[in-house]
Design a protein around this ligand. Structure first.
Ligand code: HEC
Length: 260
């Protein structure tokens, strides 16, 4: 059955189906009603799935350079998290189609500014996390762990756009996956304020770097050549943590509950 459904209604429709399992035919009626109420003007055609698609979703190797370009351009549409997720998933919409075409890309927008400006995890990494878990399921977490490590240790941004929207001079190594620390150190080095063309350009280029690195790792994974490099942060430190302890603590804190 092919019908037109808005993204919102697709999500509700999937939830309706879960309820449907519990309440039988009534659940199916809920879905039917949702389908008939779909806005035919603004929606795109999708195949109504009998059940929400299980992870992982199919993957075809992508060209990291093309992905970088999309991420750079899309940063200027909806910022970092959206830039990275869309850079990876849009080519898969073309290459594979469903279920990627049904994924509501705008739902990852909130990652910008380390979650709506709170400076926590860099939105590029959140964006990569979405794509990785769709494509690689739980294994995506190992890839994300290595990706975050790479992010903290790399001089970024590396990407040079063909038509830059602003000139920037500096790269920096964040030592941290936190937006606040990463962008703050760069702003200090570049000596620019947050709301400048330069800072925007830096985050757009950095989105390109993270998206292309993610795809390089995914391509290795697809070839069966990927083995996780880094261990679990929480197991290593016995507390969830970033690695740059001494940038925040004057001395290494004693882990509570451990006898010294
Ligand atoms: C981005 C800053 C930051 C980083 C990096 C960081 N911490 Fe913390 N940590 C804090 C803050 C803030 C607190 C709460 C205030 C405090 O206790 O100092 C805290 C609390 C703790 C606590 C609770 C007990 C205590 O002494 O406050 C432990 C244990 C701890 N951190 C260990 C670590 C370890 C180990 C690392 C590195 C692997 C680390 N932290 C990295 C900021 C940080």
């Amino acid at each position: 059955m092919k019908v037109k459904l808005t993204r919102r209604e697709f999500v509700i429709g999937s939830a309706g189906f879960t309820t449907g399992i519990a309440i039988g035919s009534q659940g199916l009626n809920i879905i039917k009603n949702l389908i008939t109420s779909a806005d035919k003007e603004t929606s795109r055609p999708i195949k109504v799935a009998n059940k929400p698609p299980l992870l992982p979703w199919p993957y075809k190797k992508l060209d990291p350079e093309k992905v970088a370009k999309i991420a750079y351009e899309n940063w200027y549409k909806e910022f970092c998290a959206y830039a990275v997720t869309s850079a990876i998933l849009l080519p898969l919409c073309k290459e594979i189609g469903e279920p990627y075409t049904s994924f509501p890309l705008e739902s990852v927008r909130w990652g910008h500014g380390g979650v709506v400006g709170w400076g926590t995890t860099c939105g590029t990494l959140l964006g990569a996390g979405f794509a990785l878990s769709l494509i690689a399921g739980k294994e995506g977490e190992n890839i994300l762990n290595d990706l975050i490590y790479w992010y903290t240790k790399s001089e970024l941004p590396i990407y040079e756009p063909e038509n830059p929207k602003a000139r920037i001079r500096n790269r920096n190594k964040s030592n941290s996956p936190l937006c606040h620390i990463s962008v703050g150190k760069w702003m200090k080095k570049e000596d620019v304020r947050f709301y400048t063309l330069e800072r925007k350009e830096r985050c757009a280029r950095l989105s390109a770097d993270v998206a292309s690195k993610t795809v390089k790792l995914l391509n290795e994974w697809k070839d069966g050549k990927y083995t996780p490099v880094h261990k679990s942060q929480a197991k290593t430190h016995q507390i969830t943590a970033q690695n740059n302890c001494l940038e925040c603590h004057r001395s290494l804190p004693i882990i509570p509950g451990t006898k010294m």
